[in-house]
Design a protein around this ligand. Structure first.
Ligand SMILES: Nc1ncnc2c1ncn2[C@@H]1O[C@H](COP(=O)(O)OP(=O)(O)O)[C@@H](O)[C@H]1O
Ligand SMILES: [Mg+2]
Length: 248
């Protein structure tokens, strides 16, 4: 469903992505781990078309992004892509002036132009699924971080995306709230939702994901099933990263 081929991205003189290739099948849960600054966020942002890149290609369910596409073609492509891919950020990024329910409804109503009486029951159901049925009319500022992140997940799901990209969804949360959010993401993973999750949550990477990719210095240093990565890592980069993470 997602194919990244030889992706290259520079920021000035800095090569942030240095030929990243990665593929994610339909229903696959892929975890991306690795030291800070390795290019994980940049990779996700390129896949969702939030950032441009200099070489290589991204393909999501037949929609292709490549550098140098004409602007008009590009905006159609981006629109098609955003309908297929949901994004959940570390810092939630909810609409602060809207209620929880309106945050979840906004995409289906204004981006997909669907009818309110059709989408509202779906939105309520999604909020129930993430354990927030009581908070429909609350504003984000009155929710905990964990609750806000669960709203962000419901908001992503409301678009019925083919795939969801999570960028360190629990890094801004204390351990208890992080566990609530991981539990929601685990439910989604088990329901067959295709996803890429950038995370340092080792339990999730090990027990829930199908594939783990270790990124370092703009490259995928190692990819494999969790058993390989955690028990029999093939690359020094992976061994070092795991040793450092376990020491913390
Ligand atoms: N807008 C930017 N301008 C300049 N450098 C950037 C920008 N965004 C990211 N970088 C650099 O790109 C590298 C990769 O960043 P990032 O993708 O955020 O890594 P990660 O998510 O793995 O921590 C880092 O060295 C970072 O400083
Ligand atoms: Mg990051």
């Amino acid at each position: 469903m997602i194919e990244v081929r030889q992706l290259v991205k520079n920021h000035g003189d800095l090569r942030v992505l240095d030929g990243v290739s990665l593929s994610v099948r339909c229903g696959e849960v892929a975890t991306v781990m690795g030291p800070s600054g390795g290019g994980k966020s940049t990779l996700l942002r390129c896949i969702d078309g939030l950032e441009t890149f200099h070489d290589g290609e991204v393909e999501v369910d037949g929609v292709r992004l490549h550098p140098g596409a004409p602007r008009r073609e590009m905006s159609d492509t981006l629109r098609a892509l955003r309908r297929r891919v949901g994004f959940v950020f570390q810092q939630f990024h909810l609409f602060p002036h809207m209620t929880v329910l309106d945050n979840v409804l906004a995409g289906p109503l204004y981006v997909l132009s669907r009818a309110r009486d059709e989408v509202e029951p779906e939105a309520r159901q999604l909020l129930e699924r993430v354990g927030l049925a009581e908070k429909l009319n609350a504003h984000p500022e009155n929710l905990s971080g964990g609750q806000q992140q669960r709203v962000a997940i419901a908001r992503a799901l409301a678009m019925k995306p083919d795939a969801i990209l999570f960028d360190e969804p629990t890094s801004a949360l204390d351990p208890r709230m992080a566990a609530e959010v991981i539990s929601v993401i685990t439910d989604l993973a088990e329901s067959g939702q295709t996803m890429i999750v950038v995370t340092h949550a080792m339990g999730f990477a090990r027990n829930v994901s199908h594939t783990v990719h270790v990124m370092h210095a703009g490259r995928v240093a190692e990819s494999g099933p969790p058993e390989q990565i955690f028990e029999n890592p093939q690359q020094e980069v992976t061994r070092l990263f795991l040793a450092q993470t376990r020491a913390n």
